[in-house]
Structure formats: C-alpha cells, structure tokens
Write a protein that binds this ligand. Structure first.
Ligand SMILES: CC(C)(COP(=O)(O)OP(=O)(O)OC[C@H]1O[C@@H](n2cnc3c(N)ncnc32)[C@H](O)[C@@H]1OP(=O)(O)O)[C@@H](O)C(=O)NCCC(=O)NCCS
Length: 242
C-alpha cells in the first residue's frame, strides 16, 4: 500500500485528488494538544458543538471533536464545500454518509488517541482500528465473539494471542461497518480465516450479503492494528496524515 504523508493543507488547490479506484485512509490525532485540534472544533456544526458537553470523559470528548471535525474538513476538501456546511446523514443503523454527493463513500474509527477516516469514489467501505491494550476479560471476550476455528487460531501462539485477538476484532468490526450493520449483527455469526497473506470471509448468518468483500490490514502506529473492508477489487490504498 502506498503511504503518502500529507501535511495539513491551507487551500483547496493543495488538497489531494481522490481518483476512481483509489481509497484514501487518513490518520488523525485526537489528542487535544495536537496543532490541528482548534481547527477541528471550528469545523463542527452547531448541532455537533451542542453535543460536545454531554461526553463525560475528556478522552471521549476529544475523540468526538477531532474525528467529526476532521471528517468535516476532509469532506470539505473532497467536495469543495465549507466544513460547517457539509451535510452528513445517517443510515437506519447509524452508518454516516454524505448528503451532498452520493458518489463519495467514507467510514471512520477511533481508538486511543487516533482516528482513521477512509474515503472512496466507487467502493463501499468499513474501517476499524484498535490500540492493543491489556484486557482483563480477554478470555471471555474471545469466547463470546469468535467461532471455534477462530479461537483455535487466536490461541495457537500464546505470544501472538493479544495481537491476533485485536486483528480478528478489527476484521469483524470493519466488515460489520462496511455492510452498515454495526453492532446489530452479533460478531460470533461471522466467521473469518486469517493467515499472514490473506483474510477470507468463510460464513455469515443473519444477513443476505452478496457482495464480494475485500479485507486489508494496514499499519498505523506500532501498538495499533487496523483493517479496511471494501468491495471494489484492485482498489489502490493510500495512507495519509492530517
Ligand atoms: C459502529 C460499531 C460497529 C463500531 O463502534 P466502535 O468500534 O465502538 O467505534 P469506532 O470508532 O470504530 O466506530 C464508530 C463510528 O462508526 C460509524 N458508524 C456508526 N454506526 C455505524 C454502522 N451501523 N455502520 C458503519 N459505521 C457506523 C460512525 O462514524 C461512528 O462514529 P460517530 O458515531 O462518532 O460518527 C458499533 O456498532 C459497535 O459498538 N460495535 C461493537 C460490537 C461488537 O461486539 N464487536 C465485536 C467485534 S469482534
């Protein structure tokens, strides 16, 4: 995957073109000491600004401000509309989409102090990242969310166990987000196989899903894992930083 780190842009002419067949994955710091944070706050709509104070933790508040503000800035760059005036709709199960232009797909994910937002002109998308961290209820989570063959793969290498758990987790979440189901479809109803080369969807119960989905793990910071699910074969993935 190409990895293009793009500095914050100042005018629309500098904004990267999203060509057909490309997927842009933007990495955003959600730390409120990051230089762009004030711009993210300024990009929020009135409705979003009024929600900010309802978040109890500072961390959740910062993640919300940065990810929604960055999403508005990026939609603004791709569509040529002022960030505050960008219109974002929600499908019935919560998946956000552009109300301004139907030919632009996107999806976002937050974890730790990072957000990622993926964009495409011709591929439906789901994206998920997780910061790998100690989980006191890891055993229970493995048994609740994974099938027996997945559990076998996760448990085969004790030193890889946590990483494999989070890799599978992001694969399932990104798929659930690509199809727009979110948490309404229990993850144990989806079965994947995984090795170092490829990820394959083996079976899914509870939805009539006909798409031929593709799964790509991408690297961000060392203690993170991330997976993108997309439906257009041969898409070129490019990573960028806001
Ligand atoms: C959306 C969901 C799938 C992921 O949420 P999450 O991992 O906690 O959070 P992320 O930051 O990765 O994603 C949240 C973003 O996804 C997007 N989203 C929300 N609903 C969505 C849906 N139905 N489909 C696609 N994207 C959705 C939104 O942009 C949301 O951020 P916002 O509400 O601030 O705009 C959520 O339904 C969920 O809570 N899933 C957990 C279910 C589970 O048990 N998973 C185990 C997998 S092994």
């Amino acid at each position: 995957m190409a990895n293009n780190k793009v500095a914050a842009w100042k005018n629309l002419e500098d904004f990267p073109t999203l060509s057909h067949g490309e997927i842009h994955i933007w990495q955003v710091s959600t730390d409120n000491t990051a230089t762009n944070f004030v711009d993210y706050t300024g990009a929020l709509s009135e409705a979003e600004l009024s929600k900010v104070h309802f978040f109890e933790s500072k961390h959740a508040r910062n993640s919300y401000v940065a990810s929604q503000g960055a999403l508005r800035q990026l939609l603004s760059g791709y569509l040529g509309i002022s960030p505050k005036l960008v219109n974002i709709g929600r499908q019935k199960k919560g998946k956000p989409y552009s109300l301004d232009y139907e030919g632009l797909y996107f999806n976002l994910s937050n974890s730790g102090n990072l957000a990622v937002i993926a964009f495409s002109r011709d591929s439906e998308l789901g994206i998920d990242i997780e910061q790998m961290r100690h989980l006191p209820d890891l055993d229970e989570m493995i048994h609740t969310n994974f099938t027996s063959s997945e559990i076998k793969f996760i448990n085969t290498k004790p030193e890889e166990r946590l990483r494999r758990f989070f890799r599978f987790w992001t694969v399932k979440e990104s798929y659930l987000k690509a199809i727009g189901e979110g948490m309404r479809l229990a993850p144990e109803n989806i079965e994947f196989s995984m090795d170092n080369e490829s990820i394959r969807l083996l079976s899914v119960k509870g939805v009539s899903e006909q798409e031929d989905w593709h799964f790509k793990e991408f690297s961000i910071l060392a203690d993170y894992v991330g997976t993108l699910t997309y439906d257009k074969a041969n898409s070129i993935l490019m990573q960028m930083e806001l």
